[in-house]
Design a protein around this ligand. Structure first.
Ligand code: F7E
Length: 312
């Protein structure tokens, strides 16, 4: 389903080839019911959200509506279209539902690494809204017997990542500096640590989750964590540059509340789904830098110009 005013729809059309796009809006219950009725899907993946954490402080109410209540509307569309009544009648068929939950729900952790039992302490309106969607997904599974599951995904990246997120901001920044378009890269907190993996590996995990006999939630991450500074160092080194010569810390990119360190314990996914990440941190960072060097060389330095340079 594509949002009604998503500027990336044209870009999506080019990537998707023969895939048919149907409109739906997480703010509009009727549009979601109409989309589910029209498509009659076997599986629904809700990957839609306001997902840039700093934006969620600027637009906290909208984040609650889209990222939180949007999950309710998708679940309701599936429930209504499946003929499941509020009194838990079995309904027609079984549409399987995947909710993109997030490690941001763990937030300020007291236990490392984090698994499916780790308590939540979200540190942003985004994390709070995602926790609502997560519990609601569990609740519809338990209340209505729906096949509804959450993947608690740690950060997952690729060359298609938006340039406002730190991995892509760094890979684009390195490429611009290497090709002589810029001299500086302005970043926020270099000491925060994240468990970064390759998005393609995580999409494989989503599909595996919906292919199980029984619905269950899974933590998906690599189990290895790195500081933003290590990401920066590796990316600049790959391009033959020293980050100390180019990176400037800028308080404009410091968040009102930070999540200092996240690290996944993906043992359940490994044991029950047979899932393991195929790409490690170094390969991921180098791949993203190479992709942006190629992109910028082809576009004369214009790619990504509208992203990643504004503070939150
Ligand atoms: O920040 C630090 C920043 O914006 C990572 C989303 O997909 O993953 C993502 O959330 C870290 C933070 O991702 C800059 O303070 C330093 O500690 O790339 P990020 P995120 O906030 O972890 C989770 C799993 C999601 O669910 C989210 O939707 O990097 N950092 N300097 C910076 N971050 C940004 N964006 N820009 C900087 O200049």
């Amino acid at each position: 389903m594509a949002g009604q005013s998503n500027p990336r729809v044209r870009h999506l059309r080019q990537l998707l080839g023969d895939v048919r796009l149907v409109r739906g809006d997480l703010l509009d219950q009727g549009s979601l019911i109409a989309a589910v009725e029209r498509v009659q899907p076997d599986e629904v993946y809700n990957l839609a959200a306001i997902s840039y954490v700093p934006m969620s402080w600027q637009q906290a109410e909208l984040t609650g509506e889209v990222t939180g209540l949007g999950v309710l509307r998708v679940l309701e569309a599936i429930r209504v279209c499946s003929g499941i009544s509020a009194s838990r009648s079995p309904g027609r068929g079984q549409i399987r539902f995947y909710q993109a939950s997030t490690s941001e729900m763990f937030g300020q952790v007291t236990v490392t690494p984090q698994n499916e039992q780790t308590p939540f302490h979200p540190r942003s309106p985004y994390g709070v809204a995602k926790a609502y969607g997560h519990f609601l997904t569990q609740n519809y599974r338990e209340s209505y017997g729906m096949f509804a599951v959450s993947g608690i995904m740690f950060n997952h990246e690729s060359p298609r990542r938006g340039a406002e997120f730190v991995t892509r901001k760094v890979s684009l920044g390195v490429a611009k500096i290497k090709l002589g378009y810029e001299r500086q890269l302005r970043l926020g907190n270099l000491h925060a640590s994240r468990d970064w993996g390759f998005a393609g590996d995580y999409v494989r995990a989503m599909q595996l989750m919906l292919g199980q006999d029984q619905p269950a939630d899974y933590v998906i991450g690599t189990g290895v964590t790195h500081a933003v500074e290590a990401l920066v160092e590796r990316a600049f080194r790959h391009a033959g540059l020293d980050w100390h010569d180019h990176v400037v810390t800028d308080t404009a990119f410091i968040r009102p509340a930070e999540v200092d360190r996240l690290c996944a314990d993906p043992a359940k996914a490994r044991d029950e789904l047979g899932w393991e990440p195929k790409m490690g941190f170094e390969e991921l960072v180098c791949m993203m830098v190479d992709a942006d060097l190629e992109l910028l060389a082809a576009s004369g330095g214009l790619a990504g110009d509208s992203f990643g340079t504004d503070s939150w």
